[in-house]
Design a protein around this ligand. Structure first.
Ligand code: 5GP
Ligand code: ZN
Length: 111
């Protein structure tokens, strides 16, 4: 399968690891949109939120996001989790991922 994030998980494409456990991998975004910008992905390939079901360990994915926020020192001032899904949201990589963004104030609603 030709999936960039699967290649990153496998180590075939280099990445800057922040956190890993048996079902989740977290690494720094190559084009950060905030002082902290970490991508958290399930190791089991799924295209996005439109494709998830009970077989996907979404609990571990969310818990890993909270752990990344702790590791990166974001709990004090806050942070944002983003899951872009499909064309209108600007999803470009079709392997489910959560953006963990923090380290600066962010506006709402997003553009
Ligand atoms: P999306 O737009 O699909 O929600 O987010 C994809 C993210 O993956 C983007 O923020 C983009 O900067 C990041 N990205 C794309 N290619 C690479 C890469 O090769 N390495 C890393 N670390 N991040 C990448
Ligand atoms: Zn994949």
């Amino acid at each position: 399968m030709d999936c960039l994030f699967c290649k990153i998980i496998e180590g075939d494409v280099p990445s800057s690891k922040v956190f890993e456990n048996e079902s989740v991998y977290a690494f720094r975004d190559i084009n950060p949109q905030a002082p902290v910008h970490v991508i958290v992905v399930p190791k089991k390939h799924v295209e996005g939120m439109h494709a998830v079901n009970e077989d996907n360990d979404l609990q571990s994915l969310m818990l890993a996001c909270a752990e990344v926020a702790r590791i990166e020192g974001l709990e004090r001032n806050g942070y944002r989790l983003v899951i872009n899904t499909g064309r209108d949201a600007g999803q470009t990589i079709f392997h489910l991922h959560v953006h963990v963004l923090g380290g600066r104030p962010m506006s709402w609603p997003p553009g």
